[in-house]
Design a protein around this ligand. Structure first.
Ligand SMILES: [Zn+2]
Length: 85
């Protein structure tokens, strides 16, 4: 199992791609179809990143969603979430 920090960054990466797609929509200000396509794609990708984060970034000890990963320990059970035994 991959460590939750790596997964969290992977999901943040997906969210960034979504934001980039959303920004790209501004380039198509003269083409409504393309503009809405990119807005829709961007929002969909950001939402998938958030959902994936919520589903995969979990403490291996208690299963809680780790959120923004403050500190080296799970805020719920106090175990080191990088240490998987
Ligand atoms: Zn925990």
């Amino acid at each position: 199992m991959k460590n939750p920090v790596a997964k969290a960054w992977g999901c943040v990466g997906i969210m960034m791609i979504g934001v980039a797609l959303f920004m790209t929509s501004m380039a198509f200000i003269n083409d409504e179809t393309l503009m809405y396509l990119f807005i829709f794609l961007g929002v969909a990708v950001v939402i998938s990143g958030v959902v994936l984060h919520y589903k995969t970034v979990r403490c291996p000890h208690c299963g809680s969603h780790l959120g923004r990963l403050y500190g080296p320990r799970c805020p719920f059970c106090g175990e080191d979430y990088k240490k998987i035994d």
